[in-house]
Design a protein around this ligand. Sequence first.
Ligand code: SAM
Ligand code: SF4
Length: 330
Amino acid sequence: MPLRDAHNRIIRDLRISLTDRCNFRCFYCLPNGEPPLARKETILTFEEIAYVTDIFVSLGIEKIRLTGGEPLIRKDVPKLVAELAKLKPALQDLALTTNGFDFPRHAAALKATGLDRVTISLDSLDRDKFLDITGVDALDKVYTAIDAAKKYGFEPVKINACVVRGRNDDEMVNFTRFAREYDVSMRFIEFMPLDSGHDWSREMVVPGREIHEAINAVYPLRLKEKSRGSETSWKYAFADGAPGEIGIIAPVTEMFCGACSRIRLTADGQIRTCLFSTNEHNLRDVVRNGASRQEIVGFIEDVVMKKEPRHYINDAEFVPASRTMSFIGG
Ligand code: SAM
Ligand code: SF4
């Protein structure tokens, strides 16, 4: 029986944060470089991650994404990928989200050990703006990472840009041209109130509809069939048949909670049933206290039943999540 929540949503998708540390300081995520919340001894070991992932997959999880913080800061990620890849074919999709900085030197090993897909974050095509947004002068490294992803066959390569009013919203057409030239899936994400600096404001959100209009005016888009579903993005092809794809992820202005199929596991072993959860469920201690496999299954099933019906970003009484993005696992 697959995992099902109290609102009849089936949970197929697990995001695992490997660390809450990061070598970037993206202003919309971790602007001040707060120290990690998780102490070393509270971080799940790769053996623990592989053990609980095996249980999650036995409960119907089909897609896993490794994230963080910056997941490639953790040593030997290909070894973990090799362990998780043993869960295929029940595990249908094993992916990684990275800022790209360390990706090129791991790309071959990640491919060889069974990583299926990679998403690379890229918030500006301008070197100075990239530095301003991420705190690191690493635009060239990200281009190298995209080349490596293509070279090692991680198709389709997805690129994430978090769009923020007044910072990079003038680059949407340039990003689109980049998607066409590089034949990548370029995904635009609305800025969510998950930044550790708590600077988010509604005025900084560029609505998905506005992103669509700006791009469509220059490069007409065609909504792809079967777009969305339990996916978070609207996917578009280019009407003129050019390569590449556009994805628009609009969690703030076009809530997609009703179709959510996701849960998250933080680096220190807490299950979060929503990005915006205000409480967490301590799977790590259940495992470390010697629970049987059946008891762990029961714990996970109970937690999933408590998944929030939706987020409350647009409600007057919105309460910020108990952790911010880099500490949750984006
Ligand atoms: N460090 C890796 C990276 O940057 O790709 C993985 C973790 S990061 C938290 C995952 C994704 O979350 C990134 O693509 C980033 O743009 C996005 N993100 C972070 N903070 C966000 C926010 N406040 N609103 C929307 N997206 C955000
Ligand atoms: Fe680090 Fe990724 Fe957050 Fe940027 S978005 S600070 S790279 S975790």
